[in-house]
Design a protein around this ligand. Structure first.
Ligand SMILES: CC(C)(COP(=O)(O)OP(=O)(O)OC[C@H]1O[C@@H](n2cnc3c(N)ncnc32)[C@H](O)[C@@H]1OP(=O)(O)O)[C@@H](O)C(=O)NCCC(=O)NCCS
Length: 396
């Protein structure tokens, strides 16, 4: 079966194939919206006798990492028709993508996954977690007195499109794991097609400004007695507290739910009765170190320290081997080494630790990292630790 980049005239079939793989029929209304999100030269398809049976695309991101951002390929629209599964088509598409990223010098790849069983085998590791929240209105009092200093107003989708992306950019600045929502995704989101409402209201968009300066927003739906918060982004703590207060206090509603919240969001610490906030943790971003030495030398470290890593990476053999990482005040360097490794681990497990999501020592206790030198785990933990914790508020 052939795998190749699609042509412009195959974009609609690409989108239909993707939908079929997920088990739904793509209505015309959505096809027209999604068309703009597909760049043919970054979109692969698998063909069986000329018929499209598998798809995967990527888009360029600046991914937040400790100390800055790094070029990353964001993988999306991955699917293989149920008629052609478990014959290695996804494996071939993954291999082809990663080889292309390697050749193009893109050091990282990332995605959000439909199932957590799929991507580990391709060297992706869980690099951030999200929380899903539910809270009843009567338990939403804040622990400390709070008086919002700014003002709230409803805005139209057109105005939201002008203002919200910049607020989101400020809100995620300095956040490992975060990427900017592409303009095309804002267009799809704000178009708010009926089919995506699932019986809830159309979107309400509320802006928070202080002294005329936009500082936060929320985009939510109402369904029966529940406020369904899809987005709430705040560039300041005042905006964050004001917007949650607003969501909790909407009259005639008894419950607020939210998803894709950061695990270190301050809200639980703001509540007088934090146990009443029901918190469910689930995985967020999956990360792949396409070029491990480039990725490792590009982030900042909490300690001036050196570490020799034995990397196991059969899917991207160019990463396989031993690398010495040296972090100093002047930055980090990472190069091939003939020394004995301090730690031995797979590329997927290194991706889990890379943004600071999990400590090497925890991965070692799970049998995923082997310590070969005394105190190597403690040194690695101290080096890679980072706050804030990774968070990717944009699911793609
Ligand atoms: C996930 C999906 C793309 C996999 O495609 P595929 O062509 O069947 O994958 P492959 O044949 O390359 O599978 C490679 C390996 O992964 C395993 N695998 C892949 N998807 C799996 C899944 N959903 N559950 C369990 N195992 C899976 C296969 O069993 C195979 O294992 P093996 O090497 O031990 O035989 C396909 O099942 C699909 O389209 N699912 C619905 C849409 C979806 O979830 N897409 C992913 C969006 S993030």
């Amino acid at each position: 079966m052939e795998i190749r980049a699609i042509r412009q005239d195959e974009v609609d079939e690409f989108l239909r194939s993707d939908s079929r793989a997920f088990g739904w029929q793509l209505p015309e209304e959505l096809l027209a919206l999604y068309r703009q999100t597909v760049e043919p030269e970054r979109s692969l398809a698998a063909f069986d006798d000329g018929q499209m049976v598998g798809v995967a695309l990527w888009q360029p991101f600046d991914l937040g990492i400790p100390g800055g951002t790094m070029d990353a390929a964001g993988i999306a629209s991955v699917g293989v028709h149920p008629t052609h599964r478990r014959r290695g088509l996804l494996t071939r598409m993954m291999k082809r993508q990663l080889t292309e990223f390697h050749e193009a010098g893109i050091p990282l790849a990332c995605l959000t996954a439909s199932e957590s069983i799929i991507y580990g085998r391709f060297g992706y590791g869980i690099a951030s977690f999200n929380e899903r929240w539910t809270i009843e209105r009567q338990h939403t009092s804040y622990a400390r007195p709070f008086e919002a200093e700014g003002r709230l107003s409803f805005v139209t989708p057109d105005r939201a499109k002008d203002i919200f992306p910049e607020i989101e950019r400020r809100a995620i600045s300095g956040r490992p794991g975060a990427v900017l929502r592409p303009e095309t995704s804002w267009s799809v989101l704000l178009a708010d097609p009926e089919i995506q409402r699932r019986g809830a209201s159309a979107y309400f968009h509320v802006l928070y400004e202080r002294d005329g300066r936009p500082e936060g927003f929320t985009t939510y739906r109402l369904k029966d007695e529940t406020v369904l918060v899809d987005l709430l982004m705040a560039a300041t703590d005042d905006a964050h507290a004001a917007l949650w207060r607003y969501c909790f206090d909407i009259d005639l509603r008894t419950t607020t739910t939210a998803h894709t919240r950061a695990v270190d969001d301050p809200l639980p610490w703001m509540l007088a009765d934090p146990r009443r906030l029901k918190r469910e943790v689930y995985e967020g971003l999956w990360l792949r170190l396409v070029d491990a030495p480039q990725a490792l030398s590009g982030r900042s470290y909490a300690r001036e320290e050196s570490l020799v890593l034995g990397l196991v990476d059969s899917f991207c053999p160019w990463n396989q081997g031993t690398f010495e990482l040296e972090a100093s005040g002047a930055g980090a360097r990472c190069s091939r080494s003939t020394k004995n490794p301090d730690l031995v681990l797979t590329a997927a497990d290194l991706a889990v630790a890379y943004l600071g999501t999990e400590a090497f020592s925890a991965l070692a206790r799970a049998g995923r990292v082997e310590e070969r030198a005394p105190r190597a785990l403690a040194r690695a933990d101290a080096m890679f630790a980072h706050r804030p914790l990774p968070w990717c508020p944009y699911e793609f």
